[in-house]
Write a protein that binds this ligand. Structure first.
Ligand SMILES: [Zn+2]
Length: 407
């Protein structure tokens, strides 16, 4: 069995965190100078590990094993959210690097090929999961033309140009030569920590269904319009949001979550009754039947709001993704490795967050391993994981990777 080098894993993770260091986390948005420097450093580390590295036309860093034959792809993403944590994405990339090194160094693992990847922009500074979609042939040139940075509006084309990646070919996955994809990630929640478990084997990545809900009332004077006659779109919105919170627990599954992420009142002034209002609403679940039930419930609540009046309420579907089931044999391999290195300290669980693995799963068998997040904090510079948990997770990935490649 391959044996990882704990000191090497920690040193690489800490070095990666120096690119865009911010407090105890990192600020490394996609294609920023810090992100580009980190990608070049990763390519060098891949070279040192005996892999052939390439940074492609979307910024994906891929290190290919010189070993011929079917290969396993292991990795994650290396950019961060703004002013966020040092492990989100970075953990899975450095695990990939270490798994490749450990397998190369193991005397009994000759002939096993591990390729390593750091995807670009999983975090969506420009688009959703564009690096993994590009590798899987799910990103058109027209979309690249269209995308812009969500914070400052920079066109993606211009960002690729200044990063030095424009004009390079975009690497494509060859499913017939790839056994599958393994991604490790911090859990970003507290399910593992709160149950004293060390490892989560991901069963599926939840679907996200998103809606824009419009309310139409009548804009008027906040002082002279009597309560009995006003049509306050803001009131209507708040009443619906409260009705959702009352009704959803009755139809929700154990892991269903729902969120009103944005509310806008128009025109949005203290002395004007809002004539229009809008809320962005989403729910997540891994069960397709549950998603349908939640949507039907939402439709009923909107209907009831319309019947009650006096404002008009309209439900607009923004997007509906499908849950991505992780490969059962890969899950078994991860579970067996977890049991071997941490008996009884692992569980199977859905992922409430989106990950590159959900894209890869559309092309090849894919699976994910979670390690605990301290206090469940992520997308914040305080995000962290105990060193012993980081080391354990990496060893489990190496063992599982070897098992999968041998099977
Ligand atoms: Zn991530």
């Amino acid at each position: 069995m391959p044996s990882i080098d704990a000191a090497r894993v920690m040193a690489d993770l800490r070095h990666l965190a120096t690119f865009g260091a911010y407090k105890t986390g990192v600020h490394r948005p996609t294609y920023s100078p810090q992100d580009v420097a980190a990608r070049h450093w990763l390519a060098e580390r891949m070279q040192d590990a005996g892999l052939a590295p390439v940074i492609d036309g979307i910024g994906n860093v891929i290190g290919r094993s010189p070993v011929e034959g079917p290969r396993l792809l292991v990795g994650s993403h290396s950019e961060s959210q703004n002013h966020a944590g040092w492990l989100d994405g970075a953990l899975g990339v450095i695990y990939g690097l270490e798994v490749a090194r450990a397998i190369r160094e193991a005397p009994d693992a000759a002939g096993l090929a591990v390729d390593v990847v750091s995807f670009a922009d999983e975090e969506g500074h420009y688009g959703a999961l564009i690096g993994s979609r590009s590798l899987c042939g799910l990103l058109e040139e027209e979309e690249i033309d269209r995308l812009t940075n969500r914070s400052d509006g920079t066109p993606l084309r211009a960002a690729l140009e200044s990063a030095g990646f424009a004009g390079r070919p975009r690497e494509q996955l060859k499913p017939e030569r790839c056994r599958g994809f393994l991604e490790a990630h911090i859990e970003q929640g507290d399910a593992l920590e709160s149950t004293n478990l060390k490892l989560g084997i991901v069963t599926s990545i939840v679907a996200i269904w998103q809606y824009r809900i419009h309310f139409e009332g009548e804009q008027n004077h906040a002082g002279t319009t009597r309560m009995a006659t006003r049509k306050d779109a803001g009131h209507a919105l708040v009443r619906l949001a409260a009705a959702i919170d009352r009704r959803f627990p009755e139809v929700a599954g154990e892991r269903t979550v729902w969120t009103t992420g944005r509310i806008t009142l128009d025109p949005g002034a203290p002395s004007i009754i809002p004539g229009r209002a809008e809320m962005l609403f989403q729910f997540r679940d891994a069960d397709p039947d549950r998603l349908v039930l939640l949507e039907r419930t939402l439709e009923q609540l909107v209907e009831a709001a319309n019947e009650a009046g006096p404002c008009r309420c309209r439900l607009e579907v923004m997007s509906r993704s499908v849950p991505k089931v992780m490969d059962p044999r890969f899950q078994d391999a991860l579970e067996a490795a977890a049991e071997r290195h941490a008996p009884g300290a692992h569980t199977r669980m859905p992922s409430g967050a989106g990950h590159d693995a959900q894209i890869l799963a559309q092309r090849v068998p894919a699976a994910m391993l979670f390690v605990p997040s301290i206090a469940g904090i992520s997308h914040h510079w305080r995000e962290d994981t105990k060193e012993e948990d980081i080391v354990l997770g990496c060893q489990v990935m190496a063992t599982a990777a070897a098992t999968i490649l041998r099977s």
